[in-house]
Each structure stands twice: as structure tokens, then as C-alpha cells.
Design a protein around this ligand. Structure first.
Ligand SMILES: Cc1cc2nc3c(=O)[nH]c(=O)nc-3n(C[C@H](O)[C@H](O)[C@H](O)COP(=O)(O)OP(=O)(O)OC[C@H]3O[C@@H](n4cnc5c(N)ncnc54)[C@H](O)[C@@H]3O)c2cc1C
Ligand code: FES
Length: 278
């Protein structure tokens, strides 16, 4: 059991939660994730660690409501206990001094890219961050990202805040301006990560993406999270979640994300009916 010590609603669909988890807080590294269960019968929900405090023993996660389980998670409040909170899982990001690097966060991917950005700056890199979201209200952790990066750029699809357009447009300009970019991290919707790879490829720079494949056990046993990278089968939970984006089979990855869509819709309908009856 892990206690929720703080909850904040940042938007209709975005919540942040701080969980007391001293052992995870002690070990977690940027790029890693946890898997939580709300109750004994609940689904396992993988979420990337957005922040942590080793001394105070807490871990922060940020989530967007996507279906039944994340909707149920919004009903949890301070003092409630999660049935399980397991981690840190996955391989940490490769943090070292590269020189100039770019980190890109799209939507809740901003929370995932936050500890990576901070660690890269602490390692002595010039870190140019680009945040993007559909609209102003969905830009999260702006202050934290300002502090974590050397230069911060923000885009919104509808132009309601900062620059209008996609992160990839700003990225292209930065790559044309900065001649020494050594690596790019991109975390967000699959389509954003794929588009980022396409923009970066002509510049001959590596792009690291964090794949949110559908996970069940999180231990490399069930095969649910398998992806093809450089023609080889990899398990996102143990071999990732970060991979070289230029080598990912994006078509397969995006198709596999949709494989339970009908069941997910049905589950959400049943949950909403249940809530109405209460
Ligand atoms: C390594 C990793 C890190 C993630 N980090 C974050 C994060 O920091 N913040 C955030 O908002 N979301 C994150 N996700 C996605 C999050 O786990 C899903 O949105 C959540 O599990 C959806 O569950 P649901 O029942 O609410 O939705 P459902 O209705 O079950 O599904 C909606 C969509 O969510 C995805 N999904 C569903 N079940 C899973 C599952 N078991 N594993 C992965 N994806 C699933 C699928 O794309 C699906 O189409 C991460 C996923 C992975 C694999
Ligand atoms: S979630 Fe089962 S193998 Fe990765």
C-alpha cells in the first residue's frame, strides 16, 4: 500500500499526484516509470516519474484521463492508499555531457521530459527545451521546465499561448541555428515522436523517444509491450521505454496501441453508467 500525500487538478483531464514511496524515491532515475494499481482488481497503470525527492521519500506522477482506470484514479484523494505502486521500472535515460541537446515534451510528455531535462543540465549540457500542447491550459510544468532547461520554447497548436504551431516547426529552426546539437529527446504522443524523428533525420542526429506501449506485467514476461526496433523484437518495459526513434517501426507501434480500442470504449461506458447510478 502506498499513500497519496498530495493531489492537484491542473486541467479537466490532467492531474498530478504525489505518492509516499521512499524506496522508489531513493532509487529512481530520470526516464524510469512506475506501475500502480488502484485496488486489487484494478488494471495496472504505467506512469512516468515526473519528479521525486529522495530525502522526503515521495514520487510525483502526472496523468491525463484516457479511460476507465485513469478516470478512477481521479477519484483518489490525499490520505488514500494505492493497492500497489511498483518501481522504478525500465532503463534510465543515458545522462552525460553531450554538449548541446534538445528535449521535447508534448502534452503529459512534458512531465516525463522534466527530470531528464534537469539531469542533462546538471550534467553540464546546454539544454534547449521545447514544450507543446493543443492549447494554453494543457501546457504544464512551465516554471519547473524553465528552471530545468537552459532555453525554453513553447508552442500551442491553436496559438492561445506563445508560438502557434507544432513543436517540430520550432525544432527545425533550432537545428538550422545551432550547429552542435548532439542528441534530441522527444516524449509525447506517438505521432509527435514520429514527426520529430522525420525532422531530425536529415541533420544526422540521434533522437531518443519514450514509447508508451500497452503494458500488463511490466516485467518482460507477457509480451504485451513488444515493439520492433532495428528489426528486432524489444519489450518496452525492460528494454526501454527509451529507444532510438530512427529505428522504431512506427506503423506497428501505432497499430498495436489501438488493439483494445473497442473494449476500452465499452469499459468506459460501463464505468460511466456505474457512476450515474451512485
Ligand atoms: C512507460 C509508460 C509511461 C507512461 N507514462 C504516462 C504518464 O506519465 N502520464 C500519462 O498520462 N500516461 C502515461 N502513460 C499512458 C498510461 O499508462 C495510459 O494512459 C493508461 O494506462 C490508460 O488507462 P485507462 O484505463 O485510463 O485507459 P484505457 O481506456 O484502458 O485506454 C486508453 C488508451 O491508453 C493506453 N493504455 C491503456 N492501457 C494501458 C496500459 N496498461 N499501458 C500503457 N498504455 C495503456 C492505450 O493507448 C489506450 O488506447 C504511460 C504508458 C507507459 C507504457
Ligand atoms: S508489459 Fe509484459 S512484457 Fe512488457
Amino acid at each position: 500500500m502506498s499513500k497519496i500525500i498530495r493531489v492537484e487538478k491542473w486541467h479537466d483531464v490532467i492531474y498530478s499526484m504525489w505518492i509516499k514511496a521512499p524506496q522508489i524515491a531513493m532509487k529512481v532515475q530520470p526516464g524510469q516509470f512506475i506501475i500502480l494499481m488502484i485496488d486489487e482488481k484494478g488494471e495496472r497503470i504505467p506512469l512516468t516519474v515526473a519528479d521525486y525527492n529522495r530525502e522526503e521519500g515521495w514520487v510525483q506522477v502526472v496523468f491525463q484521463t484516457a479511460g476507465t482506470s485513469t478516470m478512477k484514479l481521479t477519484q483518489m484523494s490525499i490520505g488514500d492508499e494505492l493497492f500497489s505502486f511498483v518501481g522504478p521500472l525500465g532503463k534510465p535515460s543515458e545522462i552525460k555531457k553531450y554538449g548541446t541537446v534538445i528535449t521535447i515534451g508534448g502534452g503529459t510528455g512534458i512531465a516525463c521530459v522534466h527530470p531528464i531535462t534537469r539531469a542533462l543540465k546538471e550534467a553540464g549540457n546546454k539544454v534547449i527545451a521545447i514544450l507543446g500542447a493543443r492549447t494554453k491550459e494543457l501546457i504544464i510544468m512551465e516554471e519547473e521546465m524553465q528552471e530545468a532547461s537552459t532555453e525554453l520554447n513553447i508552442t500551442t497548436d491553436d496559438g492561445s499561448y506563445m508560438r502557434k504551431g507544432f513543436v517540430t516547426e520550432v525544432l527545425k529552426e533550432i537545428l538550422q541555428r545551432e550547429k552542435n546539437v548532439r542528441k534530441v529527446w522527444a516524449i509525447g504522443p506517438a505521432i509527435m515522436m514520429k514527426a520529430t524523428c522525420a525532422v531530425v533525420k536529415p541533420f544526422g542526429i540521434d533522437v531518443i523517444v519514450s514509447l508508451n506501449a500497452i503494458m500488463v506485467d511490466g516485467t518482460g514476461m507477457c509480451g504485451s509491450c513488444r515493439v520492433t526496433v532495428d528489426g528486432q523484437t524489444k519489450h518496452t518495459c525492460v528494454d526501454g521505454p527509451e529507444f532510438n526513434g530512427h529505428l522504431v517501426d512506427w506503423r506497428e507501434f501505432m497499430n498495436r496501441l489501438k488493439r483494445y480500442t473497442e473494449l476500452e470504449k465499452l469499459s468506459l461506458k460501463m464505468y460511466e453508467k456505474q457512476c450515474q447510478r451512485k
